[in-house]
Design a protein around this ligand. Structure first.
Ligand code: F6R
Length: 600
């Protein structure tokens, strides 16, 4: 996730761009930059670090001009550094471009451009775009961009300026957000409305496949067939704080609703018709050992089942805070998978170091490029974008998606699935963003149930096999943001003790989804109902029996049972959020917690 801005008008572009970038800093802040047309050509300023660092650069070397574009980066391809900061330019520095998204086929395009003599200066995927535009540019920026886009596969919101057309910005969108702001004789563009809200409240949405041309004459919008379209602008009624949260009351709710896009980003370039392709080669291994803390541990637990079921590899899992105190007898044939959103959790970092000491290959799954863990191990990024809410939501779902890809890739390498089974998983993964979106559309149903249960004091979350870690995660979400007592249990363990707690004051959230453990879980549901507990059931929309047990149903779309945990956790995130909000809790910053735990 990165943030882009653009300005065309009478004001000093650099000040407007800085103001906009500051408001987009939540989208990433490992480096920032801008390019302004100053009458002589493209003037650029860019540096590693936050917007404040860029501001210092511009104060010492001011850039003057009235048309410009800016960027705040959250690195995906290429480490955070001055060179990799946007804007990127063509060979002759006559074009400058900012981009949010991922270009999937950049390597093949880059090879072609290098062979044609283009001069590349960065490690980014983005840099191929200005070079490709340069190939097509003959004095009309939109024509050149449209030709270039035909060669590009991936996601983007991008904006480009050209020295030869000093009063023009051209932008395009595919899979990453882009909005236009319309002022009096001036125009803005941004990844998100807050960037231009201090200047104008009139906005125009850009849809996927569209190209926008901003000039002093106005906004021209072209559809995916390159035909001119008319779209009415609208007035933004948010105040600035609301706008940063995209109109949502809390960051946590915004992040929950970002999950369809996040899943798409995690899959981008890795899920292909022919199979799974990861950015790094996996070492040869006979055993896998997964570790993490809190929510990341719950992801690791599900990863264990996926490695066992898909790749038929013995898998073990341990809390990172316990990892180094065990005598794990790791070897170079054990792949240690360390999961950490922040990449800074002290226990997980210590586990990585211990595994390396024992000679095991370590693969880190993290969300933050340049984090300590990413520097100490080979790494795959979850690409969930910055998560501001302390309770992990979108980063958990991105960890699950990446773990599934990893287990399926191991299955592919080992040939442990039949062609039909493998194709089924690919098909379901292609559908996953849409299934996540459909599940989240049921928020109203969850809201109704959250209202009924918000006054209750004790919750038990029950699930078996892949749904057991989801039960733990559902309970963790509720306790950490609403301060209500909640426990997750393996449903089969109930009768070995915890069932003694169950009476009419207890609320049970049971995960009973079509799978080899469905019937056994339903037996546990019967047991708690017989003891007068209030029940919420998470199951598929197609389950005709569900209403026999309760009216409190969280219904999810059908998919393969090994993938359904990714959908099942979504209503539990919403339930926790809605109950905590109803209780008036500080959802985004719950008491006693910190986003990143860097002490042991
Ligand atoms: C819970 C939560 C924590 C983190 C844990 C590990 O919502 O966010 O349990 O999952 O502190 O953090 P990372 O993944 O940064 O290592």
């Amino acid at each position: 996730m990165c943030g882009i801005v653009g300005y065309l008008g009478e004001k000093e572009a650099s000040s407007v761009l800085l103001e906009g970038l500051k408001r987009l800093e939540y989208r990433g802040y490992d480096s920032a930059g801008m390019a302004v047309l100053n009458g002589k050509g493209v003037a650029k300023a860019k540096c590693m670090g936050k917007i404040a660092a860029l501001k210092d650069v511009i104060s010492s070397q001011p850039i003057h001009g009235h048309t410009g574009i800016g960027h705040t980066r959250w690195a995906t391809h290429g480490k955070p550094c001055d060179e990799n900061a946007h804007p990127h330019t063509d060979c002759k520095n006559r074009l400058a471009l900012v981009h949010n998204g991922i270009i999937e086929n950049y390597l093949e395009i880059k090879e072609k451009l290098l062979a044609a003599g283009h001069d590349f200066r960065t490690e980014t995927d983005t840099e191929i775009i200005p070079h490709l535009i340069e190939v097509y540019y003959q004095g009309n920026l939109e024509d050149a961009l449209i030709n270039a886009l035909e060669e590009i596969r991936g996601s983007y919101a991008l904006a480009v300026i050209a020295e030869d057309e000093p009063q023009k910005i051209v932008a395009a969108r595919m899979g990453s957000p882009l909005v236009i702001g319309i002022g009096k004789g001036e125009y803005y563009l941004a990844s998100d409305i807050p960037a231009f809200l201090p200047f104008t409240q009139e906005a125009l949405l850009v849809e996927d496949g569209e190209v926008v041309i901003l000039t002093p004459e106005g906004v021209k919008l072209l559809d995916s067939q390159r035909k001119k379209i008319e779209r009415a602008s609208f007035r933004v009624l948010w105040d600035t704080t609301m706008a940063e949260k995209g109109g949502y009351k809390h960051f946590m709710l915004k992040e929950i609703h970002e999950q369809p896009d996040v899943v798409s980003e995690t899959l981008a370039g890795r899920l292909k018709q022919t199979g799974i392709s990861l950015e790094i080669d996996l070492p040869k291994f006979k055993r896998v050992f997964l570790t993490g803390a809190g929510t990341a541990y719950h992801a690791a637990m599900i990863g264990k089942y996926w490695f066992e079921n898909l790749a038929k590899i013995p898998a073990e899992v341990e809390l990172s805070s316990e990892f180094r105190y065990r005598n794990l007898l790791l070897s170079k044939e054990t792949l240690v998978v360390a999961i950490s959103q922040s990449g800074e959790t002290a226990d997980t970092l210590a586990a990585v170091r211990e595994a390396k000491k024992q000679g095991a290959p370590v693969l880190a799954l993290t969300n933050v490029m340049g984090s300590s863990i990413s520097r100490e191990a080979s790494c795959l990024y979850t690409r969930a974008g910055i998560e501001i809410g302390v309770a992990a939501t979108k980063t958990y779902v991105s960890q699950l998606t990446l773990l599934f890809l990893l287990a399926l890739k191991s299955a592919q390498d080992r040939g442990t699935l039949s062609h039909l089974e493998f194709q089924t998983f690919l098909k379901e993964l292609y559908r996953l963003p849409e299934l996540v979106s459909l599940t989240l559309k049921k928020e109203q149903e969850v809201k109704h149930i959250a209202k009924l249960f918000s006054g209750r004091k004790d919750f038990l979350y029950l699930g078996r096999h892949v749904y057991y870690p989801i039960a733990l995660e559902g309970a963790l979400k509720l306790k950490e943001i609403s301060y209500i007592h909640a426990e997750g249990y393996a449903a089969g363990e109930m009768k070995h003790g915890p069932i003694a707690l169950v009476d009419e004051t207890v609320s049970v959230v049971a995960l009973a989804l079509q799978s080899p453990v469905y019937e056994k879980t339903i037996s546990n549901v019967e047991e708690v109902l017989a003891r007068d507990a209030s029940l919420i059931l998470v199951t598929e929309e197609t389950n005709k029996q569900a209403s026999k047990y309760t009216n409190n149903l969280f219904l999810i779309p059908e998919t393969h049972w090994l993938l359904s945990p990714i959908l099942a956790v979504l209503p539990l995130q919403l339930l926790a959020y809605l109950i905590a909000d109803k209780k008036g809790c500080d959802v985004d910053q719950p008491r006693n917690l910190a986003k990143s735990v860097t002490v042991e």
